[in-house]
Design a protein. Structure first.
Length: 320
């Protein structure tokens, strides 16, 4: 059987990390694509030279030509710019929307059978626009946010309770941004709900609220520390978990930004919900019961996503 092919659109900080992880895990042969000349080629060469030391079999290539993504099984999109000081949210939206248009058209023309994972921000709007521009089926285009947000939540909870991160199963819903909804009633430590652990006196509601707040601002906390960029290790790892779920038909239940039409009272938008990922891409959207507070917070998050979609439609009339 031929090796799988992984195409990475955007060879920046996340793109390079994705290539390294995908090679180390032997997910397949890897093509790094970018508009910047030399960067994808240089990173591909550098990571190839890890092969003899690590002992992985994966071919890496860098490219500035969409034709080279042909036949990709998985495509992970990080192309775009990150928000810089002085740039409004609308400025960022306008720039990255144009990027999604060229990327979407490139995918449509050269790799319409791929499973596409979008990471570019603002995530929920960009994954929606990428789907529109590419014309791929909704179940084959997903956004990576929930796995990362849940990982951040889990990291902080493991620190709070002094337990292994492996025993924390954290749950975050909604859009990727300040309005995301970490749900404590569905968050457990070895099956014990966090709310119960609070009742047992192992933490307090105030401390958990603080962790929820820190999770919501998790990306910003790292931007403030790095000063010149945003997080890339954990975002890349999270997208690789999604790619593996697809390639291995794992039927994992992962929180992903997916197209929700009908469930959660939504009529066709991309937002973070629990999703079964397997060989058919998004195989199921799982609708869970939410308490009043979570329901209300989810609605705020959905409204924020809707606002972004309206802004996209204003910028690019073809999306209206
Ligand atoms: N086509 C292809 N690549 C592009 C395009 C385009 N039209 N426009 C920009 N790029 C490339 C840049 O040349 C750069 O190499 O996208 C890459 C982005 O890399 P970084 O700036 O290092 O950003 P990164 O940290 O990888 O984050 C990428 O993910 O988390 C989000 O907010 C983040 O939107 C950002 C994205």
């Amino acid at each position: 059987m031929a090796r799988k092919k992984i195409a990475l659109i955007g060879a920046g900080m996340i793109g390079g990390t994705l290539a390294h992880l995908a090679a180390m895990r032997e997910l397949g042969d890897i093509v790094l694509f970018d508009i910047a000349e030399g960067i994808p080629q240089g990173k591909a060469l550098d990571i190839s030279q890890c092969g003899p030391v690590e002992g992985f079999d994966a071919k890496l290539a860098g490219s500035n030509d969409y034709a080279d993504i042909a036949g990709a099984d998985v495509i992970i999109v990080t192309a775009g710019v990150a928000r810089k000081p002085g740039m409004s949210r609308d400025d960022l939206l306008g720039i990255n929307l144009k990027v999604m248009k060229t990327v979407g058209e490139g995918i449509k023309q050269h790799a319409p059978d791929a499973f596409v994972i979008c990471i570019t921000n603002p995530l929920d709007a960009m994954v929606w626009a990428l789907r529109e521009f590419s014309g791929l089926p909704h179940n084959k285009v997903v956004g990576m946010a929930g796995v990362l947000d849940s990982a951040r939540f889990a990291t902080f909870l493991a620190q709070e309770f002094g337990v292994s991160v492996r025993d924390v199963n954290a749950f975050v819903l909604g859009g990727h941004g300040d309005t995301m909804v970490p749900v404590t009633s569905y968050t457990t430590i070895s099956g014990i709900p966090v709310d119960d652990l609070v009742k047992m006196g192992r933490s307090s509601k105030e401390r958990i609220d603080e962790i929820v707040k820190r999770t919501r601002g998790g990306g910003g906390e790292i931007v403030a520390l790095l000063k010149t960029g945003s997080a890339y290790y954990a975002p890349a790892t999270s997208a690789i978990a999604m790619a593996e779920a697809y390639l291995g038909d794992q039927k994992r239940i992962l929180p992903c930004a997916v197209y929700v039409d009908g469930k959660y009272g939504l009529d066709g938008l991309y937002v973070g919900v629990p999703t079964v990922i397997g060989a058919n891409g998004v195989e199921e959207v799982i609708e869970i019961a939410l308490d009043d507070e979570a329901k209300q917070n989810f609605q705020v998050s959905v409204d924020a996503v809707k606002e972004l979609l309206e802004a996209c439609k204003q910028i690019d009339g073809s999306l209206a």
